[in-house]
Ligand binder design. Structure first.
Ligand code: PGA
Length: 264
């Protein structure tokens, strides 16, 4: 089995000293864990966090967002070219940016392309807003396709113009908006629910690209992941890792998640 990926999305949290303490503790504890760990601090702390984590072979830095042009008159924005050398990954299309900053599918498409252009890996978030009733029908193929209908439309738009070669570099995160810990009445999806939708996502990728790419592309789950439920997701063969928000800010909780993920 491939080494799982655990992405920490700190969102707009941490002071410089909190970020430095978290990063130093992560360096100290996770240097040899058998998982790939990606720390995504707020952009102002990218450089200090990258300096702390520098030299580790399995812990990397990611940005939470990026702009779609490489330079120019775009006040307040950060380009992929600027991130190159600091970060290895970029979260693109997170639902909070879509909700609060009206990021749309075309912008996400341009951001993915600009990120790939400089050799960074986009972690592309997709997910439905409302929970569907699927548990009992999970394994019926047409239903599964219905489940993922929303994602199918998104996938067609956000990956428009992305080549087969580029697609192999992308990481997709299935993150149902209703499952994010800060959303109203949030609850994590179950492993079976997430897996059923991810199977649907892979089927769509197979149609648009190839069966091989659909099998090889890494797909993560995100939404209320913690130390108690992490194995439920990683036990699913379709799920290659998790995106962790709230729990990634609690040091002991996050270390436990990564160690759990690193177990053979
Ligand atoms: P959560 O956030 O783990 O707090 O639900 C995940 C995310 O929004 O990236």
């Amino acid at each position: 089995m491939r080494r799982p990926i655990i992405v920490a999305n700190w969102k707009m949290n941490t002071s410089l000293s909190e970020a430095s303490i978290l990063a130093s503790s992560i360096k100290h504890d996770l240097g040899s864990v058998n998982a790939e760990v990606v720390i995504c601090p707020p952009s102002v702390w990218l450089v200090p966090v990258a300096e702390i984590l520098h030299g580790l072979k399995n812990v990397f830095v990611g940005a939470q967002n990026v702009f779609w042009e490489q330079r120019g008159a775009y006040t307040g924005e950060i380009s992929p070219k600027m991130l190159k050398g600091i970060a290895k990954y970029v979260i693109v299309g997170h639902s909070e940016r879509r909700q609060y900053l009206l990021e749309d599918l075309e912008m996400i498409n341009k951001k993915i392309k600009a990120t790939l252009e400089v050799g960074l890996t986009p972690i592309v978030c997709i997910g439905e807003e409302k929970k569907r009733r699927l548990e009992k029908r999970t394994y019926i193929k047409p239903e599964r396709i219905d489940i993922a209908a929303h994602m199918f439309r998104e996938i067609s738009c956000i990956f428009r113009g992305i080549t087969n070669e580029q697609m192999k570099e992308i990481i997709i995160t299935y993150e149902p908006v209703w499952a994010i810990s800060t959303s109203d009445k949030s609850e994590a999806a179950t492993g079976t629910y997430a897996s059923a939708v991810i199977i649907g996502i892979r089927e769509k990728i197979a149609k648009l690209y190839s069966q091989k790419i659909a099998q090889e592309i890494r797909v993560l789950y995100g939404g209320s992941v913690d130390r108690k439920n992490i194995t439920e997701f990683l036990d699913q063969s379709e799920i290659n890792g998790c995106l962790v928000g709230g729990a990634s800010l609690k040091l002991r909780e996050f270390l436990a998640i990564c160690h759990e993920a690193g177990k053979e």
